[in-house]
Write a protein that binds this ligand. Structure first.
Ligand SMILES: *Cc1c(COP(=O)(O)O)cnc(C)c1O
Length: 359
């Protein structure tokens, strides 16, 4: 019997893509499927999103895996490549690449490219992580075009640092800076991530880059995906493998970190940090079982989690326990834990069985 499993609804992924596309008036949407599609399986996700205008990943290995699986849409390398050889591979595979620094420009100059390549110049508008500075922009554009290796006019990209905050002045400044700096150039432009698509309509440009929202998750921790018409694509669940009657004042688990105040029932669930469920959760993080929420108590073990089912519990061995998904919003769980949903889905380990449904 399978216990720990992530059920991934492919139909929801497709519906979410369409929903996001509608949100930006049918402009192009790049499906960001880096990190194995945030733990949802990049190949299955790409195969499902036949309608996607483009895909984006972080590393060339991720892009090559998509090609090997027969995915033929354009793939954007969000951080570009880091040596000439990889640039040559990117060109021959038809990948779009980013240029964000002098070294990458130099590689483009030197590389032995037979097929023209699509290049996106990354502008630093305030994140201060990657990208060329506004005063360097036109010089870079000139130098990139001068290589004569481009498939079309250079595109422009920048990334938000605070767009999940609806009121962010930084985001307003980033949008203004990006629009004013790139206005003189004809190439395609992309600024919005999921938060930009959902909360910043004036960041909608030729292309948007949708990651977290594609998986049905809200980028803002106070909201849930359903409020934006999105459907959570992943449900993480497992099964009760023991239900034990437990006396008041007895501890549970490693380190005796928790003791019950009253006589109760403790449910043991086959899920642990070995599956990627965080060990560092605070006491009383909720799970969903038989129509209600119940708190996790005691330490998360490698393979097991203990839940206080309450004194009158009627739960049985074999019952389903949900950790996040259809009945328990991952945004709520992440907030309780003090992290973001991205980290929860991407950290699930290989041991968690993946089941794909399409309904
Ligand atoms: C990961 C990433 C995205 C997607 O961000 P979400 O918040 O998941 O929508 C977009 N652009 C870049 C450059 C990224 O690295």
């Amino acid at each position: 019997m399978i216990t720990a499993e992530a059920v991934i609804n492919l139909k929801s992924l497709s519906d979410n893509y369409d929903r996001l596309k509608q949100q930006c008036a049918n402009r192009s949407v790049i499906a960001v499927i880096k990190g194995d599609a945030y733990g949802h399986n990049a190949i299955k996700t790409a195969q499902t999103l036949a309608q996607a205008d483009m895909f984006a990943v972080s590393r060339i290995e991720e892009a090559l895996e998509l090609r090997a699986a027969g995915i033929h849409q354009p793939v954007l390398l969000l951080e570009g490549v880091f040596c000439q050889r990889d640039l040559e591979i990117a060109a021959s595979e038809g990948f779009h690449t980013a240029i964000h620094c002098q070294e990458q420009l130099e590689d483009l100059r030197q590389a032995n490219i037979n097929t023209p390549i699509s290049v996106w110049l990354k502008l630093d508008t305030g994140m201060h992580r990657l990208g060329v500075q506004p005063y360097e922009l036109s010089d870079y554009v000139g130098q990139i075009h001068a290589t004569n290796k481009l498939a079309g006019p250079v595109g422009f990209m920048s990334h938000f640092s605070c767009a999940d905050d609806f009121e962010s002045l930084t985001t307003k400044r980033q949008i203004e800076l990006f629009l004013s700096q790139t206005a003189p150039f004809p190439g395609p432009k992309t600024l919005a991530n999921s938060a930009g698509i959902l909360y910043w309509p004036n960041s909608h440009l030729d292309y948007q880059r949708a990651g977290i929202a594609l998986y049905g998750i809200s980028p803002n921790e106070e909201q849930v995906g359903k409020q934006h018409g999105l459907k959570p694509a992943m449900t993480l669940k497992s099964k009760l493998i023991a239900v034990r009657s437990h006396h008041a004042n007895q501890p549970v688990g490693y380190g005796e970190t928790w003791s019950s105040q009253q006589d109760t029932s403790i449910g043991v669930v086959a899920m642990g940090y070995g599956d990627g469920y965080p060990r560092s959760i605070p006491e009383r993080t909720p799970v969903y079982i038989n129509g209600r929420e119940a708190p996790i108590v005691g330490r998360v073990s490698m393979d097991m989690i203990t839940v206080d089912l309450g004194p009158h519990a009627r739960d049985n061995v074999g019952d389903d326990v949900e950790f996040w998904g259809d009945n328990l919003a991952i945004e709520k769980v992440a907030k309780h834990i003090g992290t973001i949903p991205y980290e929860l889905t991407i950290k699930l380990t290989q041991r968690v069985h993946r089941r794909y449904i399409s309904q």
